[in-house]
Design a protein. Structure first.
Length: 89
């Protein structure tokens, strides 16, 4: 099963820069099962609208069944890992 973490961000967003190292660590540790997709909301407004993203950063975790979880604001690694475990189950 493929798990995708969509990271909705903008270059001007300070909290987004805080979120980046957490996502990089997760991507490294979950490399066999996790695909991180960066979505720049300024350049890809259609995708942001499709997922109804209104605040940054927004993280959306999906598996083959669809959206599993959604986080708004800087999210800690432990919370993301719990959602990833759930998505993998």
């Amino acid at each position: 099963m493929t798990i995708t973490l969509k990271d909705f961000y903008a270059d001007w967003c300070g909290p987004c820069k805080t979120q980046d190292p957490i996502l990089e660590e997760l991507e490294e540790d979950w490399e066999d099962t996790l695909q991180v997709e960066k979505v720049n909301v300024d350049e890809q407004q259609d995708i942001a609208n499709e997922y109804q993203v209104r605040s940054l950063p927004t993280l959306i975790i999906e598996n083959d069944d669809g959206v599993v979880d959604r986080f708004v604001g800087v999210t800690q690694r432990a919370d993301l890992e719990s959602a990833l475990e759930e998505a993998r189950a």
